[in-house]
Design a protein around this ligand. Structure first.
Ligand SMILES: C[S@@+](CC[C@H](N)C(=O)[O-])C[C@H]1O[C@@H](n2cnc3c(N)ncnc32)[C@H](O)[C@@H]1O
Length: 234
């Protein structure tokens, strides 16, 4: 427990997510020496977690601290978190790195900061890690205007699979994909098919998109997929 009594536990599969994120940040920083490099973590969380099922309680860095501790470091860190209690813990956990913090909705803040992220000689590494299907296609189009952006998205593929049978779920997924054709996805391997379809959506927006990288739970089932997209070379 942190002094805020909040620090949460996360599954060991999150370590895979963090590994992929570190790789993207490292490659981004290596490729952008001489530029002002900005890291934007738009769904930042509280910054520190305990690993579930560890024999002894093991504290690990969440995505904002991973960004903050990169070497070489980012020139600017921007963390957005909408939940006030989570935000207060994030503020406490990241204080020594002097980030720019927003206790606000990422959908309001991102459009406001895009002009700054588009500035000359600036490069941007961004992580979008929502807890729901809260990434409308219009937002992706706005982000694709940033000229030197490397983006990692946590695509909640198993969540898509689970919620697709409810009306609200289908509406949310329609906004995410920008179409309803995904509703024909059925049969074996549906979770992977959802992730592949989302990659196709991203391909229609960004010049470079990776294949979806599945993050598996202890039962060897995909919990979510990490997908990276980039505007370099646009
Ligand atoms: C999956 S957690 C983030 C975990 C973190 N990225 C990590 O890996 O350490 C998602 C966080 O986003 C926050 N959140 C949800 N909707 C948001 C929004 N619209 N704007 C900003 N933060 C939001 C939640 O409160 C939650 O703390």
């Amino acid at each position: 427990m942190s002094k805020f009594g909040l620090t949460k536990t996360i599954g060991s599969w999150s370590l895979e997510k963090y590994k992929l994120l570190r790789i993207m940040y490292l490659k981004h920083l290596e490729a952008n020496t001489g530029r002002k490099s900005v890291c934007v973590d738009a769904f930042a969380g509280c910054g520190t977690y305990y690993l579930q099922q560890a024999e002894k309680p093991k504290k690990i860095d969440g995505s904002p601290l991973i960004a903050a501790k990169m070497k070489p470091g980012f020139d600017k860190l921007v963390f957005i978190e909408s939940d006030k209690t989570v935000f207060d813990e994030l503020k406490h956990n990241t204080k020594r790195f002097k980030p720019t913090l927003y206790n606000a909705d990422a959908h309001e803040i991102l459009p406001q900061i895009i002009p700054e992220l588009m500035a000359k000689n600036t490069s941007v590494a961004m992580f979008l890690d929502p807890c729901s299907l809260d990434l409308p296609k219009e937002l992706m189009h706005e982000l694709a205007e940033i000229p030197r952006l490397d983006l990692a998205i946590n695509f909640l593929s198993s969540f898509v699979h689970r919620t697709a049978h409810t009306e609200k779920g289908r509406n949310d997924i329609n906004k995410l994909y920008g179409h309803s054709a995904w509703q024909q996805t059925t049969g074996k391997g549906t979770i992977q098919k959802h992730a592949n379809q989302y990659c196709k959506v991203l391909h229609s927006i960004f010049p470079y998109v990776t294949a979806p990288m599945s993050v598996l739970n202890s039962g060897n089932r995909a919990v979510y997929h990490i997908i990276m997209a980039s505007t370099y070379g646009k």
